[in-house]
Design a protein around this ligand. Sequence first.
Ligand code: MTE
Ligand code: HPA
Ligand code: MOS
Length: 800
Amino acid sequence: MRKLPKLTPQKSASVGPTNGHAAQNLNTTTTTIGKPSPHESAKLHLTGAALYIDDIPTPVGCLHAYVGMANVACGLLKSQNLSSVASALGVVDVITAKDVPGHIDIGPVFGGDPLLVEEQINYFGQPLFAVAAISRDAARKAALLGHAVIDSTPPLLSLEQAQINNKKVRPSHSLVKGDSAVALQKSMHRLTIDQQVGGQEHYYLEGQVCLAIPQENGGVLVHSSSQHPSEVQKLVAEVLALAMHKVVVDTRRMGGGFGGKETQAAQWACLAALLAVRNQKAVKLRLARSDDMALTGKRHPFVNQAQVGFDDAGRITAVSAELNGLCGSSADLSDAIVDRAMFHTDNAYYLPAATITGHRWFQNTVSNTAFRGFGGPQGMMLAEQMMDDVARTLGKDPLLIRQTNLYGQHERNLTPYHQIVKGVDLERIIDELVESSEYWARRQAIRSFNKNALKHGGRYVKGLALTPVKFGISFTAMFLNQAGALVHIYTDGTVQVSHGGTEMGQGLYTKIAQVVAAELGLPLESIEVTSTRTDKVPNTSPTAASSGTDLNGQAARNAVLTIKQRLIEHIVATYQADAEAIIFNDGLVSWPSHSLAFAELTQEAYMARISMSATGYYRTPKIHYDRQKAKGNPFFYFSCGASVSEVEVDTFTGTYTVARVDILHDVGESINPAIDVGQIEGGFIQGMGWLTTEELVWGQDGRLQTNGGASYKIPAVGDTPKQFNVALLKNSKNHEATIYHSKAVGEPPLMHGISVWSALRDAIWAAGDEQTNPQLNTPATPERVLWALEAVKASIVGRA
Ligand code: MTE
Ligand code: HPA
Ligand code: MOS
């Protein structure tokens, strides 16, 4: 034990108790909070040493599984002859729906997702059987040898067909505020919007994969690339007719999830686990990219329609909107996704009267699922088109119309779902961004560039747009807003923490380690965040809704506070120290008269028989929502930001470049600015890709044509804006007690991509001499841009 010079106790400055947990004994300096620490696995990612599931050394005798797929999108499976599959080289086992001992339906909320087809085939490629073989090649080859007798019927693929047949996966639902019909009638101006918003493939770098290893006594250990290990555990247990305590799911990391592994990792895990237990051999199932694209759901395409009323100042007076989500062939998460689209049809704008109806339409395509933003982006697209269209109708700059309609000016703060908008800094964010991006100067320069191009037959036009984002933070399914953690402190003063959240590259583990390190006053190296396992923390929520740090950070902190309390009590009893004066900092625990290395304290505590292990739990306060009434506070708070994009469009070809992007985003008090900026950059690029180059095309037969990187174009490094300025808002007025006053960052930045789409429309509008408001459905591929250019040019010619 060392004597140290007297240290003044330091109260954690910006670190308030956030959840009614004991307010005392928080004495640490928060050295690791707010530091741009690299991702905990950065070196492993870069060197290739990070273990993804396919990198885990395969156990001896490991089998490889694959699925046999339907070659029609709709029909009835009458029979299958799988003898050629069974007798193929290297095949060990073949299973169909009949071999499932427990539940066949693995639908996450409502059902409708059979593990293997029983009779009804709903989409092209739907798995009819699974095969296990001694190598992956052998399994894939054998999977092609099935003979199925199918009564096929023409697939239902379009919204129109779904509407004619009134085929929905869930009932429609509405948000109502005021009387929009009357308000529309009374409005000075009205316009109609009809927009098509495309879907999106997740294109995670690590595809769907699972390794299942049988355990003694009938159990199974499942390594799953899943955002929701607890759900995989439950479904594996149900499919195998096992109790949940026989199943352990382990997820160390995903090579990206983006929502695509919230529910849809389960099918592959259940198949691998079933084959593993049947054969008492480890089984790995890893989909090929083309099959991953064909067999897993995507972002929902939407067709949005609205009637918008507004006044001479461009203030919205009423909106009546219909959102049509194209859900694919089952409910999956579509109820909540279309709800979230409806919750974001206002985006950042006050709608005095609104009726917003969301429909969940069926198609004979694989069931669409969660994707970064979870429907929010598709709803927001309508709000942003409203702003641009109102502006062009009145001949005003769209930015002014956006500012005029923002929430929060003079009590204009009630959403269509009757939550009061609080704690958003949108006005200031936009003001600061207008300034830093030199919006008005560039607007003038671009306008004269375009006028000049028009006059002299120039080939290029430019466009500029500023769009805000206001994104509601919380799961809209209330019960999901909870989290647990487990913390162990060892006698050498090092710490292991496990929590319910999963790491998919977003930096959650890094932030959790920072939280634990800060509370114990330890360097980051002393903290090991171990893989997410259902035997460490039970009954967890998916890592989704951007809530990973908010929920698990608080749970981990609560676990640490419990242990810290015990350590402090020990010090008080042993050294007669004043509890309030004990601080944890720099690997030391000190109070005015004395100091101990943390590792000395833990050794001492062990000898004194003090438990240094604890669980922590957290549930989000204040939220409540009555879906029947469509009223309440579904969101704890909002995450906001804004972006300005400038594009240059080649009017001969419709191709374009994004010249400059400025983003200002409010992450509250950032726990890790490097990670947050990374999330903002990545989210923006992913959103830009969604709205511009990423196009999904299905054939008449319902087969996905764009099933690889050659035909499905995600943004490449060369598509990064030449100038790309990302800044975090300073002095955020975060009003809620979030973990260290940070705000969720995962999904919201995706929606900054909307400014690229809006800037493209701006450029096209200019190419038509500001006469015709262009229709631009997404993805705004060069073809669609060219068609829009032709349409606006035709109208100039028409007039001339
Ligand atoms: N970032 C990376 N690198 N990879 C991902 O898969 N998923 C996004 C976002 N950022 C994702 C990502 C999605 S859809 C969500 S909901 C959040 O991360 C989930 O993590 P969080 O709640 O910890 O932010
Ligand atoms: N966001 C993301 N995932 C979800 C949600 C949500 O609001 N609800 C259920 N799963
Ligand atoms: Mo994110 S779409 O909530 O997984």
